[in-house]
Design a binder for this molecule. Structure first.
Ligand code: HEM
Length: 119
């Protein structure tokens, strides 16, 4: 489950940047397709994340925070792509994006115990 979870968000992150570069080079159709694939990946990320939550013996506040920040990142993926598609400003969302990623990587890898970094 943890591997599916990591695979899903790594893939989403890569496709997110590919989508942005497609938009930059004016490939609207490719952008739309990636946006749709990403929406499926969001569901996979959430499903595997919820699956991980169910495998936790006692959920504490850090797990809740981890889940909330994970959902926040997904919201930001969607907001940034949506606004980029309409040529609207995204700077506020990029700042949130960086903060949310620092938080989620800290919580996921350092704070919470299920990590392959501490077996
Ligand atoms: C793009 C969004 C997300 C990212 C980047 C992300 C990232 C991560 C990372 C880095 C880990 C640690 C993996 C490891 O320790 O080997 C993790 C674990 C986990 N994630 Fe996510 N996640 C996201 C979304 C979610 C969502 C939406 C949920 C819940 C609804 C969730 C729930 C969990 C849980 C319960 C764990 C296990 C924590 C542990 O005990 O180590 N994640 N995630």
């Amino acid at each position: 489950m943890i591997h599916a979870h990591i695979t899903a968000w790594v893939l989403a992150l890569i496709l997110f940047f590919i989508a942005l570069s497609l938009h930059k080079s004016g490939k609207a159709k490719g952008f739309k397709i990636l946006q749709m694939i990403l929406r499926v990946l969001y569901l996979v990320i959430i499903a595997t994340g919820v699956g991980l939550l169910f495998s936790v013996y006692r959920i504490d506040v850090w797990y809740i925070l981890k889940a909330v920040v994970g959902l926040w990142i997904i919201g930001l993926f969607e907001m940034i792509l949506g606004r980029v598609a309409n040529d609207r400003r995204t700077s506020v969302f990029w700042i949130q994006f960086i903060i949310a990623w620092v938080l989620v990587l800290y919580l996921g890898f350092a704070k919470l115990p299920m990590s392959f970094l501490h077996p």
